[in-house]
Structure formats: C-alpha cells, structure tokens
Design a binder for this molecule. Structure first.
Ligand SMILES: Cc1cc2nc3c(=O)[nH]c(=O)nc-3n(C[C@H](O)[C@H](O)[C@H](O)COP(=O)(O)OP(=O)(O)OC[C@H]3O[C@@H](n4cnc5c(N)ncnc54)[C@H](O)[C@@H]3O)c2cc1C
Length: 457
C-alpha cells in the first residue's frame, strides 16, 4: 500500500503557531515548558499521562530502549511481559515524536509498496513480510482492546486517484494485492466513491476495509501506560547523549546512565549522534497536518460518509480523515528543513478547499508538523548493529502499524528468536548519496521530478 507525503523544500517559518518538528527543535522549545507537547489538536484532545522522572544516577536493566514512540514502547511492552527488566529513556515525553503527531492512518503493508519489496527480496519473502504486516495490524487492534486504549479506532482506508494513469495503477495494485497476497481490497468506481466521499476530484478508490484510523497520541500514551503497568520504567526528559558497547552496553544521559545487556534504538528521525550507520541510511523529512474547527456531526459525515481515512496517490500526497469530535484533519505538505514552509496554514487550507470546495468558509484551527524517517528505497530498515544492539527505522511515512510489528520482532530477537527480524534485516539498504551535507539537496532535486510527475497526466 502507498506511502505518506513527500514533497518540496522550504523557506523561513511564517506561522508562529506551528509546532517544531524535526531534529533542530531546541530553539523552538524555548517557548514550551519542559513537560509540554508541541501544540496540535492531538495534544489539545489527549488525556495526558503524569510526567515520568528523569534518569538520575546509575541504573541496571536487562534491556534499555532509547525512545518512547510506538517502536520503543511496543518492544518494551513485549519484553516486560516476557519478564525482562526494561528501562526506556525518552528525550522529551512519551509520544513526543512522530507517534504523537501523525495522520493516524493505520495501513497494512510498508512505505515502499509491494512491487518494490518484491524487487528487493523476491515474491516469497515479500509475501511473508506482508503477512507479518497483517499480524502487526492484529497486534495493534489487540493492544487497543486489551489495554482499553481510548484512541477512537475507525475502520476503512481508501487510496484515491486523480488521473486516468493513477486509476490504471491503482486497479493493477488492487488486483496484485488480491491475487498474490490474498488481501481483500475493493475497487470502487467513481459513483461508488462519490457515494462515500463528497469531493469532485477523485476518479475512483481502492478501498481497504481492514486498515483504518486512530488518535495517534492517545494510542502512544495508551501503549506507554500499558508498558508501565507491565513493569517498564520510563524516564522522560532523559536524552541519551552516548552509547558505549562492550560486554555490557551503557547508555549515558546528562544526569545518569543505564548499564544493560541489550539496547533498542528507537529514536527514529530524531536520533542524532548515537549511531552514524543508521543516520546515513535515513533522511528526516518534515510533513504537516492541520485540523479544522469542529464541523458538527452532520456536516462532517456529509464529507466522508463511512468515516474512512483517505489518501490520494500523488507523490506529494494529500491525506485526510475525520476526528471523533467531527473536525477534518488534513495533511499534505512536506519540507527538507527542520523549519516549516512559509504560509503553511494558507497552503493547507487551499489544498483542503480544492478537495472539499464546500468548506470555503472553514479555516484551520490547528497546524502542526513532524518528521518522517525515509530510507533511500522506502523499505523498512530494521535489524541489529551487533548481537546486543537492535534498531528499527525507515518507516517512510507508513509507521502506525509497522512500528508495532518492528517492536515485537525486536523483542522476539532479544529473546533468542531472531528469524522474523532477520527476514527484514536482509532488505538491502544503501546510505543516502552525498553524505550528511549533500543528501538534502540531492533529495530536493529528486523530489522536484516526482512533483513534476504529479502535475502531469
Ligand atoms: C506529520 C506526520 C504524519 C504521519 N502520518 C502517518 C500516517 O498517517 N500513517 C502512518 O502509518 N504513518 C504516518 N507517519 C509516520 C509515523 O508516525 C512514524 O513512522 C512512527 O510514529 C514512528 O514511530 P517511532 O516510535 O519509530 O518514532 P517516534 O515516534 O519519532 O519516536 C522516537 C522517540 O525517540 C526520542 N528520541 C530521539 N532521540 C533520542 C535520544 N537521543 N535519547 C532519548 N530519546 C530520543 C524522541 O523524542 C521520540 O519521542 C507520519 C509521521 C508524521 C511526522
């Protein structure tokens, strides 16, 4: 299934209400208190967890997890339930990164799509991976139920084409998924699509009844709560500044250190200065979402009758869904800088009104952003740096479901069952060309080509 947004570069920020999003967020933090989340509709509507104390002094653990997003928390929860002593070190707060800011579209598959995965690893392994992603979906749904996570799950996801070429591509992708992967996607013609989605733009839809959407920060906080109830110790405001590897592994923060047998690196797009071999194979890309004011149940459901999540199939895509309080959440702009593009609120409002001209009187109440972690081939980059140090990154805008799977497979590997993680570790990954300094300009040039392709028929 397709990936989330990738688009064009950036300039200086012009909208002061936009949340800081990437690695260079320190300057923007000046306006936040230590325990704040970046402002977003998610932060405004979530039920917060009590702050967890920062790490002080020396601590021993079986496993230390860096990062309290979906990946780190999923691994921590699985391991604590298996009896391991687990400590999570989080630089900010639980769910502060992409896990607390994303579009909430919980989609089967991986960011690179099935055809790319087949080219990388062959059909048999690509099928095993897709089946595992379905297991990831089942894991996510089971966790929501078991821990009573109030994250407003809704069924259904549609990929929608804007051009005849995209209709042909989506129909072929649907057939491919049904025939080779036994996955029950449905092709909807223009009329059927219009009966559920009141937009003049779309020529049909590839509807996936098993994917869906949720409140991402509530889900992250629910995972955090479940992990702590299972015995995981979480230290917030505890940025790892270095990792020393040997017979024992040591993760150091400004005020303490954790000495452990195994490490899980789950810092994703915000990880910096800890594992250069991971950073060189991942590019952080800023992407943005906005939320309208509440539209009222009737007006909201007139837009998307069946409450599914929607994403178009452009490279620089628009994606949207309704919230449980009847707002439209609309994502669709990206940048290669840690700073938001100029007039983001205006751009997102214009894009939303192109999709739904009937919202001409509706403005955005919240605008925020975050960083997605793309790998060069958009395929998942999961594995081990040594027999003791595990990682997962490269979700490429497609991480709500895949992160939980990655955490589970890392937990299995730490327990001595590495076969399923090894399947993913075999995916070849190259560093971004040009190294740190040049990868952004080269990516911008590549993206310009894809944007041109979006604009063509
Ligand atoms: C705006 C946006 C929209 C998106 N939309 C979707 C979508 O609709 N569907 C979808 O499937 N995916 C989407 N994604 C992608 C998805 O959100 C991510 O793939 C997923 O959340 C990654 O989870 P994670 O746990 O790996 O990383 P994160 O959630 O980013 O967590 C990493 C954590 O590590 C911490 N950290 C980093 N460095 C350190 C350090 N040195 N010490 C301690 N802690 C550290 C960070 O503070 C952070 O909390 C979107 C992403 C963004 C940003």
């Amino acid at each position: 299934m397709g990936a989330m947004p990738l688009a064009m570069p950036t300039a200086t920020p012009s909208d002061k209400s936009i949340a800081p999003m990437g690695r260079s967020y320190e300057s923007a933090r000046a306006s936040m208190t230590a325990s704040d989340y970046p402002p977003s509709w998610y932060a405004a509507s979530a039920t917060p967890l009590p702050p967890q104390p920062a790490l002080h002094g020396n601590v021993r653990a079986d496993v230390c997890v860096l990062g309290a997003g979906y990946t780190g928390l999923s691994a921590a929860l699985e391991l604590a339930e298996a009896g391991y002593r687990v400590v999570v070190l989080e630089a900010e707060r639980i769910g502060w990164g992409a896990s607390g800011r994303n579009g909430g579209q919980a989609i089967a598959g991986f960011g690179c799509g099935e055809a790319r995965l087949e080219a990388l690893v062959g059909l048999a392994d690509a099928r095993r991976m897709f089946d595992l992603s379905r297991e990831g979906m089942a894991w996510l749904r089971a966790r929501i139920d078991r821990h009573a996570i109030d994250c407003h799950w809704r069924d259904g996801h549609a990929q929608v084409p804007l051009k005849p070429r995209q209709v042909r591509e989506l129909q072929a992708a649907g057939e491919h998924l049904r025939e080779r992967y036994n996955y029950p996607v449905q092709w909807w013609d223009r009329e059927r699509t219009a009966s559920q989605l009141d937009s003049p733009l779309y020529l049909g839809a590839l509807y996936d009844p098993l994917s869906g959407h949720l409140h991402p920060l509530q889900y992250a906080l629910g995972l955090g709560r479940a992990a702590m109830q299972a015995g995981v110790v979480v230290h917030e405001q505890s940025r790892v500044t270095s990792l020393r590897c040997g017979t024992r592994q040591v993760l150091v923060t400004d005020s303490g250190q954790v000495d452990c047998d195994f490490v899980v690196l789950a810092g994703n797009a915000l990880l910096q200065g800890i594992a250069p071999e991971l950073e060189s194979r991942m590019m952080p890309v800023g992407t943005y979402i906005a939320a309208t004011r509440p539209l009222g149940a009737e007006r909201a459901h007139a837009l998307i009758c069946n409450d599914m999540a929607v994403a178009d199939t452009n490279w620089a895509l628009d994606y949207f869904r309704l919230s449980h309080d009847h707002r439209l959440l609309f994502g669709g702009r990206a940048s290669y800088s840690a700073l938001p593009p100029p007039d983001l609120r205006g751009t997102l409002t214009r894009r939303m009104r192109k999709v739904f001209p009937q919202l001409a009187d509706v403005d955005m109440e919240y605008v925020w952003g975050g960083s997605i972690d793309i790998s060069l081939n958009r395929a998942p980059h999961w594995g081990a740096l040594s027999p003791q140090v595990f990682f997962a990154q490269g979700f490429s805008g497609h991480g709500v479901v895949a992160t939980g799977l990655a955490g589970k497979l890392i937990a299995e590997a730490i327990q001595g069952q590495a076969e399923r993680l090894d399947l993913f570790a075999r995916i070849p990954h190259r560093p971004f060309p040009g190294g740190r300094a040049l990868r952004t300009p080269l990516m911008v040039a590549a993206m310009a080509w894809y944007r041109l392709r979006d604009a063509m028929g």
